[in-house]
Design a protein around this ligand. Structure first.
Ligand code: NAD
Length: 426
């Protein structure tokens, strides 16, 4: 007997569960029992007909059965998009991270499980998320506080506050010292892409974690272990960048090669599209990482002159509004006009106006319970090969003068579904 619905009929529960799995449009209970009131006017729309929530409902079932409208409805659509469109067929998924996610523990609770399940292929993050991830990777202590504390007293007592997260000023000083010591090593004494920098840094965090008997505590260490490239779009804009800058005033030769980052991220997307895979972006927040991830398509089309139609799937969880004209709140429809998103798949794209600290744990639970783990693509280990591939194509067809192109002749290079056209065939 299923206990999910408390006293309700288990047979009805099983019917609903099976129907929901078969029919992505089914929401609430309507897939089981069509209302006699249904008529042609509403033929395209499932009836809202939820069950009462029982004691032992899982997070995934809760989303399917109770997240029916408004931004709850968008979270359910986001869950479906992730599990039914973005993850299947080994689609490439880039995740962009903004907002203070790692200080709130979302690195350990959500991002690391998603990465280890092979659900994250590449990342663009603010430096802050990677810097604060180091605290967890080095077993430093952060505390659940309150947003209503006296900041003058906190400052006097050496306590740092990120809204309701609290930690000691020494956490910053110790993390800074760790970064400076690590980047003093000989392997850091040259210009490099931020993906390579984070890979090398992640190796040190992983080694330190082992000594501290930690497991799965750092996004950077997990990215190193899983070969997931992690970029940052503004390398100077964080405490990591601040420490790198200070060390350049000594004798450090470490520099960030932002050109490599721009081309390397485009190379990842080109690899997806030219091998018949989908390219999806899962945007948490907005900010500069959102654009850095999306601009890979204009880099391929507008700048390199390679025919392409845009990312296949766009999913954003944000509080940023679209009517200010800022990129953070720009909708997938607006992104279509730039060539960032494929117009054909625009109807599938989802924006959920919801705090990432609510959406990400729910979506993580949903993905892990509905989709089997995927083999990690380990794209970091293929970085030179991927860059060479897009470079060869660009040098063959790109121009210094104005690109002669028309969007009317732009074709899909990914070929979602059956008609896959591989790059070598074109
Ligand atoms: N010590 C540090 O290194 C440090 C600390 C803080 C910030 N910074 C830097 O400041 C810059 C901006 O930081 P940021 O990303 O925190 O702020 P941000 O305010 O620029 O946020 C970016 C976008 O994400 C949205 N957003 C933020 N939190 C969200 C949430 N919980 N749910 C949904 N949407 C959310 C915002 O509305 C905005 O559109 C970064 O470059 C960062 O590296 C550095």
């Amino acid at each position: 007997m299923h206990a999910f619905y408390g006293g309700q009929d288990a047979r009805r529960y099983r019917q609903l569960r099976d129907a929901l799995r078969k029919n992505p449009f089914a929401i609430g209970g309507d897939s089981v029992k069509i209302s006699p009131m249904s008529n042609k006017k509403f033929a395209a729309y499932p009836r809202l007909n939820p069950f009462g929530i029982g004691k032992k409902i899982s997070a995934a079932d809760l989303i399917d059965q109770a997240f029916l409208a408004y931004n709850g409805g968008r979270v359910r659509e986001a869950a479906k998009l992730l599990t039914e469109k973005m993850l299947p067929n080994d689609g490439f998924i880039g995740v962009s991270l903004t907002g203070a996610l790692t200080p709130a523990g979302l690195g350990k609770s959500c991002l690391i499980p998603l990465m280890k399940a092979g659900f994250v292929d590449w990342i663009v993050s603010t430096g802050a998320n990677l810097y604060h991830d180091l605290h967890y990777g080095l077993d430093m202590e952060l505390y659940a506080g309150s947003p209503f504390l006296n900041d003058v007293e906190l400052h006097r007592d050496g306590v740092i506050r990120i809204y309701d997260v609290l930690f000691d000023y020494h956490v910053l000083l110790d993390t800074d010292a760790f970064v400076r010591e690590v980047i003093s090593g000989p392997e850091f004494q040259r210009p490099m892409g931020t993906d390579e920098f984070h890979y090398l840094l992640g190796r040190y965090v992983a080694e330190r974690g082992k000594k501290l008997r930690l497991s799965d505590s750092s996004v950077l260490a997990t990215a190193y272990e899983c070969g997931i490239p992690v970029f940052t779009s503004s390398p100077g804009d964080s405490s990591i960048g601040m420490n790198v800058a200070a060390m350049s005033l000594r004798d450090s030769k470490l520099m960030f090669d932002v050109n490599r980052d721009v081309n390397q991220t485009a190379a990842i997307v080109y690899e997806a599209k030219s091998t018949g895979h989908t390219s999806s972006v899962f945007i948490l927040g907005g900010g500069s990482p959102k654009n850095f991830m999306l601009q890979t398509e204009p880099q391929i089309q507008e700048v390199m002159g390679i025919q392409e139609k845009g990312h296949d799937y766009f999913l954003q969880c944000t509080d940023a509004r679209p009517d200010t004209g800022g990129l953070s709140g720009a909708t997938p429809a607006e992104a279509v006009s730039w060539g960032k998103v494929d117009p054909d798949t625009l109807p599938d794209c989802v924006v959920a106006y919801v705090d990432s600290t609510i959406a990400l744990p729910l979506l993580t639970a949903y993905c892990l319970s509905r989709v089997k783990p995927r083999r990690p693509k380990r794209l970091f280990e293929r970085r030179d090969e991927l860059l060479e591939k897009v470079k060869a194509k660009y040098l063959k067809i790109g121009t210094v003068t104005k690109i002669k192109t028309s969007r009317k002749i732009a074709k899909r290079s990914s070929g979602i579904g059956v008609n896959k056209t591989l790059d070598r065939d074109r």
